[in-house]
Design a protein around this ligand. Structure first.
Ligand code: PTJ
Length: 244
């Protein structure tokens, strides 16, 4: 039992959800490592949505607004941390949800789909595996023709660098959520939200709801510049805390 008064309550609850997800066969064992890396970066940004994350969430919402076939790709970690918020965002943005796993197994796809359905998700894609992302040898290339393959805008939290590049080569706009501003995904995506999925997804939804001129937001968006702002923020914060 973690008391809600604990100063790092939210972080500890996330950790519990990930561990429980592994026990239930929803999260891959290496998802624990990925989560730990995320936790470290979350600590560095102060465990809250900073201005650069809010700005990126607005840019992501703008891309979703202009999308004709938006898709949200979900893996094990994202499902256990943010299933309800993903479903809400998919509904409002009229996006398809596709379960796409790095460590692909039909059994785990079924479990992730079941979790999403229990939370109210409908017509979740992922089991078909009737298309491939060109140029990727890994199993993560296997996707749904109706979903990721034919999408124009794709939101992929916790993405891997190779697939991000391959999706870009297919001409898609790639939106990602990654606490690590140095990752290859962060650097290759069209929009990188340096924030926790648990905060970033509701932020995108709120921005989507109030979005008025998406084309203008996209025109002004500079992902590299925003990543530099995130890194500068971390450096400044460390200097202030430790005085070095
Ligand atoms: O369920 P699967 O099989 O698709 O596997 C998923 C994992 C996460 C294991 C797989 O995609 C993986 O190995 O990911 P990486 O390459 O470790 O990348 C994960 C990235 O996400 C890292 O840069 C972390 O900093 C970041 N991250 C981890 N947890 C969060 C996060 N970013 C946002 N929110 C989080 N909660």
């Amino acid at each position: 039992m973690i008391p809600p008064s604990h100063p790092r309550y939210k972080s500890l609850i996330m950790r519990e959800k990930i561990a429980e997800g592994v026990e239930k066969g929803i999260v891959h064992i290496t998802g624990l490592i990925a989560h730990g890396r995320g936790e470290a970066f979350d600590y560095l940004i102060g465990e809250k949505s900073q201005h650069f994350a809010e700005k990126a969430a607005r840019a992501a919402a703008a891309y979703l607004r202009i999308a004709k076939k938006p898709v949200i790709s979900v893996n094990g970690n994202t499902a256990v941390l943010a299933a309800e918020e993903i479903i809400k965002l998919a509904e409002i943005a009229k996006a398809r949800i596709e379960v796409n796993l790095f460590h692909r197994s039909k059994e785990r796809i079924r479990r992730v789909i079941k979790l999403l359905e229990e939370k109210g998700g409908k017509n979740i894609l992922g089991l078909e595996g009737d298309a491939r992302i060109p140029g990727l040898k890994h199993d993560r290339a296997i996707c749904s023709y109706e979903g990721i393959y034919s999408s124009d805008v794709i939101l992929v939290p916790l993405e891997d660098g190779d697939r991000c590049e391959a999706l870009k080569k297919m001409g898609k706009a790639v939106l990602t959520i990654d606490l690590n501003p140095l990752s290859r995904t962060a650097r290759n995506a069209d929009v990188t939200i340096v924030d926790n999925v648990t905060r970033a997804i509701p932020n995108i939804r709120k921005e989507y709801e109030k979005m008025e001129k998406p084309e203008e937001v996209i025109k002004k968006w500079n992902n590299s510049k925003n990543l530099q702002i995130a890194l500068d923020f971390i450096c400044e914060r460390l200097k202030k805390i430790y005085g070095c």
